[in-house]
Design a protein around this ligand. Structure first.
Ligand code: ATP
Length: 144
């Protein structure tokens, strides 16, 4: 029997959001590559990932050398550094990554990410606010 190939995940940016995504994937037993420009972050996430590397993901060469093309699903969680987030997303799309999910910092950022054809743009505070409002006005308890 041919086993389906295991999905390869990568998380770029290990702040609160990216770090949480990375830890959860790892806890679920998935393979996850953790990436951050900050070496301290990379050291911190060594135990919460399959592999952790320190690179500047705006450098397309560095991305390629990290083997990013072998990954099916990459999450970009560089929130504060909008320029770096945009450049990273552009490179990932150009390298042909199947699914690129990106955290947006604000609606301008979101607009650009949509234009770059990011496969999913998440805006955690906004998305969670909406969910909470729905939960407040719903009798049924929904999962959030
Ligand atoms: P939160 O912590 O709430 O998720 P955030 O998304 O703004 O907020 P930051 O704390 O800014 O997250 O974390 C983003 C991470 O991205 C940082 O750890 C930072 O070192 C990393 N980062 C920033 N620029 C680059 C880059 N060019 N390449 C790789 N990682 C980067």
């Amino acid at each position: 029997e041919k086993q389906p190939r295991k999905k390869q995940f990568a998380v770029i940016g290990l702040g609160r959001f990216g770090g949480s995504v990375c830890k959860e994937l790892h806890a679920q037993g998935h393979e996850v590559l953790a990436i951050d420009i900050d070496e301290d972050k990379v050291r911190e996430y060594a135990e919460f990932s399959t592999h952790a590397v320190s690179i500047d993901t705006t450098d397309e060469k560095a991305l390629k050398n990290a083997g990013i093309r072998n990954f099916d699903h990459v999450v970009v969680a560089i929130g504060d550094h909008i320029q770096a987030s945009i450049l990273t997303t552009l490179s990932l799309k150009e390298l042909g990554i199947e699914k690129v999910w990106v955290k947006a910092q604000n609606t301008y950022h979101q607009k650009v990410l949509d234009k770059l054809e990011a496969d999913l743009v998440v805006h955690p505070e906004y998305d969670m606010g909406k969910r909470i409002a729905h939960k407040m006005t719903s009798d049924k308890v929904i999962d959030f």
